[in-house]
Design a protein around this ligand. Sequence first.
Ligand code: PEP
Ligand code: MN
Length: 340
Amino acid sequence: MIIVLKPNIKKAEETAVLKEIRKLGYRPHVIRGVERVVIGAIGDERTQHTLETLTTWPQVENVMRVQKRHKLVSRESHPRGSVVKAGDVEIGGRKLVVMAGPCSVENEKQLMKTARAVQKAGASILRGGAFKPRTSPYEFQGLGEKGLKLLAKARAATGMPVVTELLAENHVDLVAEYADILQIGTRNAQNFQLLIAAAKTGKPVLLKRGMSMRIEEWLLAGEYVLANENPNLLFCERGIRTFESYTRNTLDLSTIPIIKEESHCPIVIDPSQGCGRSSLVAAMCKGAVAMGADALLIEVHPNPAEAWSDGAQQVTIEGFAKLMKDLKPLAAAAGREWPT
Ligand code: PEP
Ligand code: MN
């Protein structure tokens, strides 16, 4: 059930509603919008009629039943769309956000060079993997904590917040100590215990779409984050497995209008994992921006041919700078402010 409070009510009136929701046996989740407060009440769906008595309360504007299985992430529960903050950067607002950096953190020189260059070109968040989910156990697994320390160093030097992946529950505290956004990768997108643990840190969670995940399953995986008291969720489309083998994955840009329709959470597009080919990254970014994506997640490497992971899909520093120039008019046409 969704309980919409009237605008500008007093804190005590809000507290009274929360108390009553708990008394009726439901867990309230408060979503604070610019003008009003919306409360999602989660509990036994068969007895929700009891909550309908709240319609008679003077501070309550409306009580609505959410038919969908994804309740807290649904657009119905928060029609205006959420803005998620990482450091000073707002994702989901008018400004387009570009997250860029190498697939993997390899060494200080590589990371610093890339961080400075992507920032100069207009990126506002630095990406880089320290724990890498590799298909083969013989491939580079990431620098681990050393990589996290380098990311923190790059953040200190540039001021850019950092997004990085966590692979397992026993990484959560360590990664949360360094990262501004916790990335849950495609291979872990339905690792519910990991999602719960990540949510409980209170840090923004960037949830990649599982490579074989249906949109409803993705929305429900996101629901785990909001249901664990963390409203800071970003959905990230990174391509799904199809019969097509020309590209590494099939990047599903239809998720942009679909997530906008179904959810209030921002949508991020990752064209790098999405296509697996650097030559396709620019065109997919342009499409994503024109379609209303809130942010892009782009892999950039000073020398992709020598990258320790995902070399074929990383764009060069020069390629990234050109792409950013080309995106600017498209962002304006889509009604977005440019990051710089
Ligand atoms: C990545 O971002 O480098 C990555 C491994 O992502 P995904 O989980 O989408 O494959
Ligand atoms: Mn990668």
